[in-house]
Design a protein around this ligand. Structure first.
Ligand SMILES: Cc1cc2nc3c(=O)[nH]c(=O)nc-3n(C[C@H](O)[C@H](O)[C@H](O)COP(=O)(O)OP(=O)(O)OC[C@H]3O[C@@H](n4cnc5c(N)ncnc54)[C@H](O)[C@@H]3O)c2cc1C
Length: 378
């Protein structure tokens, strides 16, 4: 029997598995995808996550691969509205690290394989989960057919459409938003260097972040409801129209569009199974918090799993874990709602007034550093 079965080998499942493997625990990660993820969804790794990733020995490699965003600038109508430095948010990592999610996952997978070459099972889809109070049995479908894996404990890190969450019939609070966005990665044609830039325009926000290799991500709020069909030329058209920046559509290397909703489970612990990451909380990508939140769930959960495996009663600690992590997720939802509100189109007079207010607030050092802390999940 395995100690812990982890459903889902995304960033959260891989990180948790590495933490547990470092303590000599037997782990099996069941991942539906046959090969690694190549899509760069999340790019921002916040300072608390870098501290956590350092605990499994992958932070320094990622830091050397990524771009250190030490400053963000807000621009409106061609003038700087506000600047924000991250130098006070952490003494060790005074920046948000920008790395494509696929590269982050590759670093985590390398670490997992170093610790136990056989722990990650790809092409393995979980279809059933049974908890008899003493152990968990997980049904898995692979190319070789169906099988059942037994484990002392299970962790579901199987993403927003979590199969395990559905099998547990875990209740959720769901909220929809009227916002939709298109995003794409292009050759960097700006002079922003390693800075992030937010264009607070009356037609809707445009965000711009550096990526390694002279690439920049552009995210624009669109007027459609839900996800639009993404198109590199229409995105570069929106960027030029709203910001005056010319981006070469021919250099596009990633394109995606998305609508937004939030979903929070009401409980993360279900008998011998825990829900973490997007399986427990879906947060709007605007603000870049989802992956970070999942890692921090895993960092708090791992020692409790180790105690459970050692037959220590941690019922109260698990309740505390659940309460604290759901509060953190609710805070992240509120932060993303503020970010999305700031990005909505506004009539010109209101837009002028809003940007003046932001300029004033950002000029107050206490407010500025508080906002920097919120943006970096401190
Ligand atoms: C456009 C976009 C931009 C984003 N930007 C950021 C950002 O900058 N910063 C940030 O922190 N977050 C960001 N996010 C959110 C981030 O991508 C997610 O929060 C993160 O991927 C969640 O990790 P996870 O491991 O919980 O789930 P996932 O990454 O979804 O991984 C779940 C894994 O489980 C596997 N799986 C699913 N079902 C099964 C099954 N039945 N059996 C076996 N395996 C299964 C899947 O194949 C997948 O590999 C962004 C999201 C989007 C959509």
């Amino acid at each position: 029997m395995i100690d812990v079965v982890v459903v889902g080998g995304g960033p959260v499942g891989l990180y948790l598995a590495a933490l547990l493997l470092q303590h000599g625990v037997s782990v099996r990660i069941l991942e539906r995808r046959a090969g690694p993820n190549t899509h760069s969804r999340a790019i921002g790794i916040h300072p608390p996550s870098l501290e956590a990733l350092d605990g499994i020995g992958v932070a320094s490699g990622l830091v050397s691969e990524g771009v250190q965003i030490r400053r963000g600038v807000a621009i409106g109508g061609g003038v700087e509205v506000a600047g924000m430095s991250f130098h006070t948010v952490s003494s060790r990592y005074p920046f948000v690290l920008s790395v494509p999610q696929a590269r982050t996952e590759a670093a985590l997978e390398r670490r997992v394989r170093e610790l136990d070459g056989g722990s990650l099972l790809r092409g393995a889809t979980v279809t059933g989960l049974h908890d008899d109070g003493a152990r968990v049995a997980v049904d898995v479908v692979t190319a070789n057919g169906e099988s059942r894996i037994h484990a002392s404990l299970a962790v579901a890190a199987d993403g927003v459409r979590s199969t395990v969450r559905q099998l547990l019939a875990a209740p959720m609070r769901v909220k929809g938003y009227p916002d939709s966005y298109v995003m794409g990665d292009f050759a960097d044609s700006t002079a922003f260097g390693p800075d992030a830039a937010l264009f607070l325009e009356h037609a809707g926000i445009v965000e711009s972040f550096p990526l390694p290799g002279g690439v920049r991500r552009w995210v624009a709020r669109t007027r459609g409801a839900g996800a639009d069909v993404p198109d590199a030329r229409s995105l570069t058209g929106i960027v030029r129209e709203r910001t005056g920046v010319s981006v070469d559509a021919g250099t596009n290397s990633m394109l995606s569009s998305f609508g937004v909703r939030s979903r929070l489970v009401t409980r993360m612990i279900h008998g011998r199974t825990a829900l973490v990451g997007d399986a427990a909380h879906e947060i709007s990508p605007i603000g870049g918090q989802g992956m970070n939140l999942g890692w921090l769930d895993a960092a708090v959960l791992a020692p409790l799993l180790l105690s459970r495996l050692a037959h220590t009663d941690v019922a109260r600690e698990l309740q505390c874990f659940e309460r604290q992590r759901l509060q953190a997720a609710a805070r992240a939802v509120r932060q993303s709602e503020i970010n999305m509100m700031l990005g909505r189109p506004l009539p010109r007079p209101l837009w002028h007034a809003r940007n003046r207010l932001i300029r004033y607030a950002a000029s107050v050092p206490a407010i500025n550093s508080r906002a920097a802390a919120r943006f970096t999940m401190h």
